[in-house]
Design a protein around this ligand. Structure first.
Ligand code: GDP
Ligand code: MG
Length: 669
């Protein structure tokens, strides 16, 4: 048995889904968190599955999420529908309910957020509402797990009895009524053929739903009949076809709510939200407040908590590495295997794992900001600026996270409603300079721009953003032509973040990261270790040898970078190891030049000029992200070819930009 969960955005679908299935799907006080349908078994009911669908306001909807939901209900034919309705916003939510009822499927209405409604002295006459709508209604509070058991019992019962809605007609007499009646007759046989009720087909046809019209295969004659009926309705009601049907539905909803709903007093939550918004989305204060909040989050993550924890973890890993190292030496293990374990696996996986605390801490703060409802406001405030480069406000948060680390940033694009916006944002994230590149900047600016570090860093960050903006402009004119999804997100009330959903989000991200560290990064480090320690005849060589495969690869690549001014094989090799993680650029240079990090700046002055240092910096800023990010991109794009395309494309952009900068620098310096 398959039960579909359908409702408006932010009505509590995922919260209910988690309660019923025991899953840990991500709940957020942010419309559009669920972007694909998610299926899971219902706890305590064998052979029953529940499907969480993206939130929609109406069956007719052209955005990606609207299509997912609508197609799911029509094509997959679930046995029953749970329509979840936000009781504090009942009028707007019932619009979708009326459309769902037309589908003629067994359906139960779950009236959610009853705790909030009752807390503000509101109430709903459940029996009367059920009678008026012709479907069972169950009051629940998904967050407090109230009424959830009753709900699922009733849903299973309704599905077993195949009990259809008792009423599908929401208007009596009048032009709309007549029109629906006529059209229903015309499409009746066709609708039966594709397995939808004729009443549903009729309203979809009147509302000019292209997909349904095509599927029905109406003859020209029938189309003409329908058009005639619709035009008659438009003239008589003095409304266009969509407005006429919407008007009919809203009239019905208004009448039902008059009878059944006692509105809550101006809710405390609403009043509080309005007050907070006076400051946080204020015309002048919005952006400074936002910068202050994000500055605080990044400071806490990268300076105060996260970095410190990372350092401790790195110390722990170092200590373990050293102990294993000593133990292996004492044991007298074959030196090559020994080197594989210590220089390959421990160094590679260990250095990546030490980033775990940063990820956890960053997501702790972001989960809180999101769950309170603040991120919805940020997206709202930034929308105007981002629209200029063909994106919408929702792309903002993922791009911002990109300054910390591309991996969670790319994962965060899942919250974007349309594929176009999501892919475009995903491609731009690597241009936001991630924190792992900071060591590269630090070493090179110390060597070539002493006392001007701040300015150079700022220019690099701005440079990345500018290239991102140009790329966005080009992409939105070519590959991603079209417009970003209109931004009709409503602002949810501010809520206290729930500890459970914050912890769940942290765990989800941490687990993702750990898995990657032990799979793809593990493999990558072993390969790099191999390339660094063997020559082309597979003889073992010292790690700084010029005969290792890696060095040969570096020398082989050197001509590619000659036009950019840094043809030294060691620099090229370090860029290759930078694929593993950006920090590796500096550690590789250290190994290959046989100096510690302190002396590296001086050593680099020997192989780079100021001019080539600039182009090296620009290349390092823009070229392909590390394997962790690439594997995340692959997961999100779900295509190896496209991922390779992204990587190659980014390297080309980096090369070109570095070349231009190198030439320009030649004119100035
Ligand atoms: P979805 O977008 O429909 O999947 O909604 P979510 O499940 O992500 O929930 C949206 C927000 O509503 C979250 O902040 C939840 O914590 C909150 N929420 C869900 N159910 C209830 C409820 O019964 N009462 C209250 N007060 N809040 C709820
Ligand atoms: Mg959801």
């Amino acid at each position: 048995m398959v039960i579909a969960l359908v409702g408006n955005q932010n009505s509590g679908k995922t919260t209910l889904f988690n309660q019923l299935t025991g899953s840990n799907q991500h709940v957020g006080n942010f419309p559009g968190i669920t972007v694909e349908h998610i299926v899971s078994d219902i706890r305590g009911y064998k052979n029953s599955k529940l499907v969480d669908l993206p939130g929609i306001y109406s069956i007719r909807s052209n955005s990606g999420e609207g299509m997912v939901t609508r197609n799911y209900i029509i094509d997959e034919k679930p046995d029953a529908i749970i329509n979840i309705v936000d009781a504090t916003n009942i009028e707007r939510n019932l619009y979708l309910t009326l459309q769902l009822i037309e589908l003629g499927k067994p359906m139960v209405l779950a009236l959610n957020m009853m705790d909030e409604l009752q807390g503000n002295h509101g109430s709903v006459d459940i029996n009367l509402l059920s009678e008026r709508l012709g479907i069972p209604v169950v009051p629940i509070s998904a967050a407090k797990n109230d009424g959830v058991d009753e709900l699922i019992q009733l849903v299973i019962e309704t599905a077993n009895k195949k009990q259809k809605p008792r009423r599908i007609d929401f208007c009596s007499a009048g032009p709309v009524h007549r029109c629906i009646h006529t059209v229903s007759h015309v499409v009746e046989d066709h609708a039966e053929n594709i397995g939808v009720p004729s009443r549903f087909a009729a309203t979809r046809v009147i509302e000019a739903d292209e997909d349904i019209i095509k599927a029905l295969r109406l003859s020209d004659n029938e189309l003409e009949l329908i058009e005639h009926a619709v035009v008659e309705m438009e003239t008589e009601s003095v409304l266009d076809r969509n407005a006429a049907l919407a008007d009919m539905r809203y009239r019905f909803i208004e009448a039902v709510c008059m009878e059944t709903v006692v509105k809550s007093s101006e809710s405390k939550e609403q009043q509080r939200s309005i007050n907070i918004d006076r400051v946080l989305t204020n015309k002048y204060l919005a952006i400074p407040t936002f910068i202050a909040i994000m500055g605080f989050v990044f400071w806490m993550t990268f300076d105060v908590i996260g970095q410190r924890l990372s350092d401790w973890l790195a110390m722990g890993i170092d200590w373990i590495t050293l102990s294993v190292d000593t133990a292996l030496t004492a044991y007298g293990l074959n030196p090559t295997v020994h080197s594989l374990v210590i220089d390959g696996v421990f160094a590679g996986v260990g250095s990546i794992l030490s980033f775990l605390p940063i990820i956890i801490v960053l997501f702790f703060f972001l989960a809180i900001l999101e769950d309170t409802g603040y991120m919805s406001r940020v997206a709202f405030v930034m929308d105007k600026l981002l629209r200029k480069i063909g994106l919408s406000g929702r792309s903002f948060v993922p791009m911002l996270i990109g300054f910390g680390c591309s991996v969670p940033a790319i994962m965060a694009t899942r919250t974007l409603p349309s594929e176009r916006d999501r892919k475009m944002t995903l491609l731009l994230i690597p241009f936001m300079s991630c924190s792992a590149k900071i060591p590269i900047y630090a070493v090179l600016t110390a060597a070539f721009f002493p006392n001007k570090g701040g300015i150079v860093m700022t220019l690099l960050y701005l440079g990345g953003i500018s290239v991102g903006i140009i790329a966005a402009k080009i992409l939105s004119k070519t590959v991603f032509s079209g417009n970003p999804v209109p931004f009709v997100m409503e602002l949810p009330n501010y809520r206290m973040p729930s500890a459970k959903s914050v912890l769940m989000l942290m765990w989800e991200k941490a687990w993702d990261f750990i898995q990657r560290a032990f799979t793809i990064i593990f493999v990558a480090t072993v390969i790099l270790w191999f390339l660094q320690h063997f020559d082309v005849k597979f003889n073992v060589v010292p790690s700084d040898s010029t005969t290792s495969i890696l060095s040969i690869l570096g020398m082989w690549m050197a001509p590619v970078f000659a036009p950019l001014g840094f043809a030294d094989w060691r620099l090229c090799t370090s860029l290759v190891t930078g694929l593993m993680s950006k920090e590796a650029v500096i550690s590789t240079l250290g190994v290959l030049m046989n100096v510690g990090t302190d002396a590296l700046s001086t050593a680099l002055q020997g192989i780079l000029t100021t001019r080539s240092a600039i182009s090296f910096l620009v290349f390092a800023l823009l070229y392909t992200p590390c394997v962790a990010a690439i594997s995340t991109i692959k997961k999100e794009l779900d295509s190896t070819v496209k991922t390779v395309g992204v990587v190659v494309g980014q390297c080309c952009v980096a090369w070109l930009t570095a070349y231009i900068v190198y030439v320009l620098a030649g004119m100035i310096i």
